[in-house]
Design a protein around this ligand. Structure first.
Ligand SMILES: [Zn+2]
Ligand SMILES: [Zn+2]
Length: 136
């Protein structure tokens, strides 16, 4: 597979101009929390409040990572702005950073920046969230 193919802008983002993470929150209904618990490989990471993990975006659904489902898939909450969330199991984004230190924690074929390109506004420097994921 050719690096840079598919998702994202063609031009390489500059290190000083990283996009922000969307981070819009939603609250999962209890029925979805229990459904997510049954799908998750790591049930203790399932929480009621989910934040959009996409790079800041103007249009389209919000996607919040809930938990890993297996080694190559994760359980996501998808929701319209101000809409009701629903669950999807999506394959992981296969891209890794150029220095091979970080994997992308978004889903395959997402639009916008990979997580190792984006700042989380609450985390400061990028990477702490990715570093918290179990290694494969
Ligand atoms: Zn969003
Ligand atoms: Zn990615």
């Amino acid at each position: 597979m050719t690096p840079g193919q598919g998702a994202g802008p063609a031009r390489a983002p500059r290190m000083t101009d990283r996009p922000l993470t969307c981070a819009v929150p939603t609250l999962l209904p209890l029925t979805l929390v229990s459904a997510a618990l049954s799908m998750a490989r790591t049930p203790d990471s399932v929480t009621e409040t989910v934040y959009c993990d996409r790079a800041a975006h103007q249009a389209g659904l919000h996607y919040g990572l809930i938990a890993e489902a297996d080694a190559t898939h994760a359980v996501w909450a998808l929701w319209e702005p101000r809409g009701t969330p629903h669950l999807r199991v999506l394959p992981d984004c296969p891209e890794i950073s150029p220095d091979r230190m970080d994997g992308c924690s978004l889903y395959a074929r997402h639009r916008g920046a990979h997580t190792w390109q984006a700042h989380d506004p609450e985390d400061g420097p990028a990477g702490s969230k990715v570093a918290a994921l179990p290694t494969r």
